[in-house]
Design a protein around this ligand. Structure first.
Ligand code: GLC
Ligand code: GLC
Length: 812
């Protein structure tokens, strides 16, 4: 069963019934101010940081699902309905939700009255626009009442839900015509407030939730709406809200436009007040004036469309498979922008109060984003690197608002440092901007410790070799990429988090084969970079360390048919045929294959064959097998999950592309492609009832073969899968790889693919790359032509800015 369809022309996913198997959401905003919006208008907005600057309240883990949003109520005689179906849930005569690129349009119709609401955040502005068009489609005159509804969050979203003894007394508002202001805590330590405005005279309002709702009512039936009369309430403490009220009459065929603006304003400390106790509204009024007509709003929407048109024109694919085209050209790139912006902070699974920006997560997100807005990638790399410790270790997360490392989680995840090399080289290869390496970047945000970014990379590299274990393999620390393989925790206390509990690294022999592979892959990249910079001595030193690591993996990390996963605290093997459960893990197969360790000896091929045999399923590749059936204190969180979920043998989509890339290293295009399709959402539309989450974006986890319902997806949107699968398909399957001195062409495709074209903008020049596969091979470039001239490498050089270049690739 399908709940909608792709409208590729308009780059939209169109949802045709509101009760999707899970709320299917979209993101509004591209910088600073963001909103989440579900297909029933649920969700919330925030400025920069979903924890510290939350504008509206959202209730997680609630019944019914998806409670809280920008809601409208229409009372048309005795019928009360909401244009987005929720919260009233009156059956609509027509419903449609179009999730587009940074906008969502929800249309509902009931008894001849149609409401169309377009939501978006204008570029460069700190406000959400809700453009509403009401149309009388009936033959009769329609008289009805309209209420808007928005419940304020008292800024800190975590405190908001647990500090009620204080919060129920602090709420403050101001009412100024059609603008309802929220100014809780403005009089003391905050210099910011929010407002909810509409561009027409109102017939009433409410700002106090109890007055509007009634104390024991639910959002599905506020008392003011049931009665058809607002209370004109002023909130003092309790729960401040903003609700506008209109009495509207429409002739047959007549329409009415209303523009609602939900905005955020910051004032300078000495400019906070208009008069005693009255907030300075100058900036709010200026913001409102920018969007007070339909023409102005439409112009902003066009600007947004042009912005995306431009971003998506950087990489476009023309392939005979539409499902692939729409992922590469639209949705996967879109999701990469969202993961770049959000890291793992705010989704309908990530509550926006826990994790901020992850060191490893955000570095990996860059590989799907660097081509879009390289300048923002540059800034991000510097922010991330600034949270690194002088010894190369890293804060695992930082808050986007303060850009400071998060003390609660701290550091000690020994994979973290190497990802900085990935993020940085991806940026340089895309932009050609080596100057980033000279940027002075602090350690632990301490400017006095600043060193050139290049030194951060060296120190990252050294962090691995300074932390080797008894087998010459990297010590794992708190955990490597797999946050749940906690080999040094030995936790017996259910009240402590595996991520932050005491970490007994003292005397530990716990080593990671995943970090070993990671070190070889990005160690090689580091060596290349050193060579580019003429640092031959450093390149030689690094080469020696990388070679030693390879040897250590071959000698101590090979289990016979696959790579071991780790050694535990006591020095016992993890991920070996000798183990009863967890005999094989995906991560080390992926990383050691990508690193091509033991490729000559057949290790890579054997390892990937074992993945296929033991880990692959029709819904994707599971993380480990057999799943753990009992708690293993020496392994930690991984064994707490029921079999088939999350890190315990779930299909953790993020790591599937590592296997895809591994397969391309040994030229197996068919395998790579099959693995890609298995988890790619546009191919899952037909099984949507099972898959549950959005058919237009990747999710973090799909239930594995040991689960109760294999194939069921969870945790959509904020997953490293977005960047990795984009990177895998564009760079390793389609084979278009930005490099220091041009674009390297190295496809690895299924033999039956005949041809495809990739249009690539790269450092200001255009390349139309046509790939032909006359002999039906999987890998190998036989001829490469640039503007009708044959090249004798597989690297297309950097061409002059503004030029259009034809590249012909003949495989064979
Ligand atoms: C989550 C985390 C990521 C981690 C992964 C595996 O996606 O955000 O940092 O690597 O889980 O545990
Ligand atoms: C939990 C999750 C894991 C995530 C980690 C981040 O352990 O299961 O996926 O990476 O939290 O802190």
């Amino acid at each position: 069963m399908k709940y909608g369809f792709f409208d590729d022309e308009r780059r939209e996913y169109v949802i045709t019934q509101p009760n999707t198997p899970f709320p299917w959401i979209n993101y509004l905003g591209n910088e600073d101010f963001f909103s989440l919006v579900s297909n029933t208008a649920g969700g919330y907005s925030f400025y920069k940081d979903a924890k510290f600057r939350r504008l509206n309240r959202y209730r997680y883990n609630n019944v019914p699902m998806d409670s809280g949003g920008r809601y409208f109520y229409i009372k048309d005689n005795d019928t009360i309905w909401s244009p987005g179906w929720k919260p009233v849930k009156t059956e609509l005569d027509k419903y449609e939700c179009r999730h587009g690129l940074s906008y969502t349009k929800i249309t509902g119709e009931k008894n001849g009255l149609e409401s169309e609401v377009t939501l978006f955040i204008p570029l460069g502005n700190w406000c959400e626009i809700q453009k509403m068009k009401l149309t009388n489609k009936s033959e009769e005159v329609k008289k009805f009442k309209l209420f808007s509804y928005n419940e304020w969050c008292l800024w800190n979203a975590e405190d908001d839900q647990n500090n009620l003894q204080r919060n129920l007394s602090t709420g403050e508002v101001e009412i100024d015509g059609s603008t309802l202001y929220h100014k809780t805590e403005y009089k003391e330590r905050r210099n910011h407030f929010a407002f909810y405005h509409v561009n027409a005279d109102i017939d009433g309002y409410d700002t106090d939730r109890e007055s509007f709702m009634g104390l024991y009512n639910e959002a599905s039936g506020p008392q003011a709406v049931l009665d058809g009369s607002p209370r004109n309430s002023e909130a003092h403490g309790w729960s401040p809200i903003a609700s506008h009220y209109f009495e509207i009459e429409l002739q047959p065929g007549e329409s009415k436009d209303l523009i609602f603006v939900l905005g955020y304003v910051e004032n300078a400390e000495d400019d906070k007040w208009e008069s005693k106790g009255v907030i300075n509204k100058t900036k709010a009024k200026a913001q409102i004036a920018k969007f007070d007509t339909v023409e102005k709003v439409d112009a902003a929407l066009e600007e947004l469309a042009a912005y995306w048109e431009n971003l998506l024109s950087i990489i476009t694919l023309d392939h005979e498979d539409d499902k692939l085209n729409r992922m590469v050209n639209i949705w996967n790139q879109y999701q990469c922008m969202v993961t770049f912006n959000m890291s793992r902070s705010a989704s309908f699974f990530e509550v926006g109060i826990g994790r901020g920006m992850g060191f490893r997560d955000s570095n990996q997100d860059l590989i799907g984003f660097v081509h879009q807005v390289p300048e923002r990638a540059r800034e991000r790399i510097i922010d991330i690197a600034s949270t690194q410790f002088p010894d190369g270790g890293c804060y695992h997360q930082y808050q986007p608002l303060t850009k400071r490392g998060n003390d609660a989680i701290g550091g000690g995840f020994n994979d973290d440092p190497m990802w900085l090399i990935l993020g940085t080289i991806s940026y340089i290869k895309e932009s050609g901007d080596f100057s980033i390496l000279d940027e002075l970047v602090p350690f632990d945000n301490d400017e006095s410790l600043a060193q050139p970014l290049f030194n951060h990379l060296t120190i990252s590299f050294n962090h691995v070799i300074n932390n080797l274990g008894p087998n010459g393999l990297p010590l794992i620390g708190r955990a490597d990429w797999n946050d749940c393989l906690n080999l040094n925790c030995f936790s017996t206390n259910p009240n402590e988090s595996f991520q932050t509990t005491e970490n007994n690294t003292e005397g530990s022999k716990a080593e990671s084969l995943m970090i070993a592979g990671l070190f070889v892959v990005y160690g090689n990249d580091y060596i290349d970079l050193c060579k580019q910079l003429g640092k031959t001595e450093e390149a030689g030193r690094a080469q020696k360390a990388v070679d030693e690591m390879k040897e250590a993996v071959k000698a101590k990390g090979w289990d016979g048919e696959w790579f071991l996963r780790a050694y535990d605290f006591h020095g016992n093997k993890v991920g070996s045929d000798e183990n009863e459960e967890g005999k094989i893990f995906i991560e080390s197969q992926g990383w050691c294959s990508m690193a091509e360790i033991g490729i000559e000896e057949g290790m890579v091929e054997k390892s990937l064959n074992s993945v296929k045999e033991r880990l692959n399923t029709p819904y994707g590749i599971v993380l480990n097998n057999p799943a753990f059936s009992k708690y293993m204190i020496e392994y930690g969180e991984i064994s707490t999950y029921p079999a088939g979920y999350k890190e315990n043998a779930g299909i953790f989509c993020h790591n599937n592309p590592w296997i895809i890339i591994g397969e391309t290293k040994i030229g197996r295009g068919k395998e790579a492609w099959n693995y890609f399709k298995q988890i790619c959402p546009s191919y899952l539309e037909e099984v949507q009832e099972l898959h549950k989450v959005e058919p237009y974006v990747y999710c973090q986890m799909i239930a594995g073969k040991d689960a109760y319902k294999p194939g069921e997806g969870k945790n959509s949107w904020l997953s490293g899968t977005a960047a990795w699968n984009f990177y895998a398909v564009v760079q390793y399957i389609l084979g278009i790889q930005p490099d220091y001195n041009g674009i390297k062409i190295d496809p690895c495709i299924p033999e039956e693919w005949k041809n495809y074209t990739v249009n690539r903008k790269f450092r200001g020049a255009n390349y139309q790359i046509e790939v032909e596969n006359p002999e039906g091979v999987s890998k190998g470039v036989k001829e490469l032509w640039l503007n009708d001239q044959k090249l004798d490498t597989n690297i297309v050089p950097v061409m002059d800015k503004g030029t259009c270049n034809k590249v012909k690739v003949v495989m064979g």
